[in-house]
Design a protein around this ligand. Structure first.
Ligand code: NAD
Length: 371
């Protein structure tokens, strides 16, 4: 089995799907590895760091050789056109962003696995790219907020007087939110968090932050939140608006699978905030938790900065790639042995992540979207 890796071409993408540490492991499973020249460069990994791989000059040559293509961003139409029929591609597929790519994968009879569809089970944890990359995003978002803010995070006692610590509020305490809480705490801020899943109270408190109880509980299925009813939303917003008046920094991470990000911070709520406050909206790319958020931009509204970062994990490309590459390997390990790829369709991790196979769309919601 030949495993190919490309230099990612998506805008702002700096991650690479394979790091040198994982080459050895793939070799141990009998794979041959073909790497496009410069694939690791954006993540600061030179070709020379990859021992035991075959380096080819361009994407076309790598694609033509691939039995399995490892990707970060969903494959582009050009990449799909360069793959051989019957080959396998693994990475994010994000069907809602570009249904035409899924149609192309189907038509080229490519077997595509979308790792964002992995069930959140204990067995899947080691392959869970959503978790590993969300942790990077939560960490980086706090650093962006600290940089954007005109205030210190920690309390300082100096000859020039005492500086009060910043008050940070983290909205949504999933993987990204909990990492944001931990990071803001390490910087010395006073941190609060809330979520609609009741089990997050204990998780937030275990990180030394305070749970902000807004009186709304909306656990959904599979460990995720469900969408709030209009009444619940109204209640959450009323309680929150009052609280936002004293907050210096907001890191918002709330998301509901398969939907636009919930709107939690209205313009009126921002109007009530202190001048100099900063909002970093991790949900920017899926519509934003704040009404004023614009993806890829920083907006200044009445003295409040609203940052809508794009591709946060790529901003820490070295460690994000390392974790992503391990996730990919752990997924591939299910099927790759002695150089032979054998897909076990009875394994739910294989069946549930498969989006196209043998000329068909295998994932029902995607099928509705595309056909
Ligand atoms: P996510 O990215 O889908 O959402 C982020 C957070 O936003 C969630 O905690 C969600 O409850 C919250 N949220 C949604 N609507 C909200 C609202 N209106 N107000 C406030 N908060 C709102 O979630 P995620 O980080 O991918 O993970 C969610 C859960 O899945 C976590 O409990 C996590 O521990 C669990 N998980 C389990 C595994 C596993 O066992 N393999 C892996 C990853 C995550």
């Amino acid at each position: 089995t030949t495993v190919a890796v490309l230099r990612e071409t998506a805008l702002k993408e700096k991650r690479v799907a394979l790091v040198p540490e994982i080459v050895k492991k793939l070799k141990g499973r009998g794979a041959v590895i073909v790497l496009q020249h410069g694939a690791g460069e954006p993540a600061l990994i030179p070709d020379s760091a990859y021992a035991d791989v075959e380096i080819v000059a361009d994407a076309k040559s790598a694609l033509a050789r691939a039995d399995v293509l490892l990707k970060v961003a969903p494959p582009s139409l050009d990449e799909i056109a360069g793959l051989r029929e019957g080959s396998v591609v693994i990475g994010y597929m994000q069907p809602h962003l570009a249904p035409e790519r899924i149609a192309a994968l189907r038509d080229r009879k490519i077997t595509a696995f979308a790792l964002e569809l992995l069930p959140r089970t204990t067995r899947a944890q080691a392959m869970d790219v959503l978790s590993s990359q969300a942790a990077v995003a939560g960490y980086k978002a706090v650093l962006i907020a600290a940089l954007e803010s005109g205030k210190f995070f920690p309390m300082l006692t100096t000859a020039a007087g005492t500086i009060r610590p910043s008050r940070v509020l983290v909205i949504g305490a999933g993987v990204a939110g909990l990492q944001a809480i931990a990071t803001a705490r390490r910087l010395g801020a006073i941190v609060e968090g809330f979520d609609v899943r009741p089990e997050t109270k204990e998780q937030i408190e275990s990180l030394g932050a305070k749970f902000l109880d807004l009186g709304v509980s909306a656990a959904g299925t599979g460990g995720y939140a469900r969408e709030l009813t209009p009444e619940e939303r109204e209640k959450q917003q009323r309680a929150l608006a009052e609280h936002l008046k004293i907050v210096d920094i907001i890191i918002s991470t709330a998301s509901v699978p398969g939907r636009k990000a919930p709107r939690i911070i209205s313009t009126a709520m921002v109007d009530g905030m202190k001048s100099g406050a900063v909002i970093v909206d991790i949900a920017a790319e899926s519509g934003g938790n704040c009404e004023l958020t614009e993806a890829g931009k920083t907006i200044l509204h009445n003295g409040v900065s609203i940052v809508g970062p794009e591709n946060l994990p790529a901003m820490a490309a070295v460690h994000a790639s390392e974790m992503y590459s391990r996730n990919l390997y752990n997924f591939l390990e299910l099927s790759l042995k002695d150089g032979v790829l054998n897909l076990d369709w009875n394994d739910e991790l294989i069946a549930k992540t498969c989006i196209t196979h043998a000329g068909e769309i295998k994932h029902e919601p995607t099928k509705l979207l595309v056909e």
